[in-house]
Design a protein around this ligand. Structure first.
Ligand code: ZN
Length: 291
């Protein structure tokens, strides 16, 4: 099953169009794409029923897609989770997942324009796991059972803000408005032949910058859920950005960051792509303070 947020309304996505959930169910489920995660099992059973599958599909404009999970209560992200990205970052392989947060106000849709606050904004294509069932102290073997689905995300990062200060702190520099584009759809794990081995990548203005597979993660999706839920209670509709492979701009020689007028395209096998045009914010490009 694939779901999306079409202009603020929850829809089921099929090749030939969408089904509006609130209308198809006569109000059984509300239109709010966030509300469904608290009743995920019930929703899945309803969506799989023949009466729903036979509903007429409506064509749609993909530009109207918003983030499939618009208001998660918690957004976790894991840094340094691919060996080649650890190497290019010139740090040691983490013994524990390097967890930080991206504040939910940074979420954006798959085709939204992103405003660059500085000349130091970097790309990080990532698989994003969506929690579908409360998870606390869950074993890795049971972790996929707690996932509603997966989507695609960019963990955009202002490297100046991220790495400044007496000790680097990741969360603020990765939480400017628009710094977490996600979408275009949420895909349930059963739709993917190998949910732990998906090709992913991104390109800036057509130049491929990152290309890898999610099987290259140091901590797999189930392992991340086990490690994070050992400490935090994961709630339905929470997001986990699961890390990025090598090829970020800040690790290139010379360094390369996103510029106004460029387009960032990101993709993951089986889910789809994001296309985010970039424009200059009021602070750009004056603030180029060194990392
Ligand atoms: Zn990241």
């Amino acid at each position: 099953m694939r779901t999306a947020n079409l202009d603020g309304r929850l829809v089921l996505v099929h090749e030939d169009g969408v089904i509006d959930v609130e209308k198809a169910g006569n109000g059984l489920f509300p239109s709010d794409p966030q509300a469904v995660f608290d009743r995920w099992d019930e929703f899945r059973a309803w969506a799989d029923s023949a009466a729903v599958a036979d509903q007429p599909r409506t064509p749609f404009e993909k530009q109207e897609l918003g983030p499939p999970v618009p208001r998660p209560r918690q957004v976790f992200a894991v840094g340094l989770n691919y060996a080649d990205h650890v190497a290019e970052s010139q740090v040691e392989t983490p013994a524990h997942p390097a967890v930080f947060t991206k504040f939910p106000t940074s979420l954006a849709g798959p085709y939204d324009t992103v405003t660059l606050p500085s000349a130091l904004v970097d790309w990080e294509v990532e698989l994003v796991a969506v929690i579908g069932r409360e998870a606390y102290q869950v074993a890795a073997a049971d972790a996929w059972d707690h996932v509603a689905g997966v989507t695609l995300g960019q963990d955009l990062s202002d490297r100046g803000v991220q790495l400044r200060g007496p000790a680097p702190q990741f969360s603020l520099g990765k939480s400017f408005p628009g710094f977490s584009p996600t979408g275009p759809v949420l895909v349930t794990p059963d739709e993917l032949e190998q949910p732990d081995d998906l090709a992913l990548g991104c390109a800036v203005n057509g130049e491929t910058m990152q290309e890898s597979r999610t099987s290259q993660m140091i901590f797999s999706v189930p392992e991340q859920i086990a490690r994070i839920s050992a400490i935090c209670r994961l709630l339905p509709g929470d997001l986990i950005f699961t890390g990025t492979p090598a090829g970020v701009g800040g690790a290139r020689d010379p360094r390369r960051f996103l510029a106004p007028g460029e387009e960032l395209r990101s993709w993951i096998e089986g889910i789809g792509e994001l296309r985010n045009p970039l424009i200059a914010g009021p602070g750009h490009p004056q603030r180029t303070d060194a990392v």
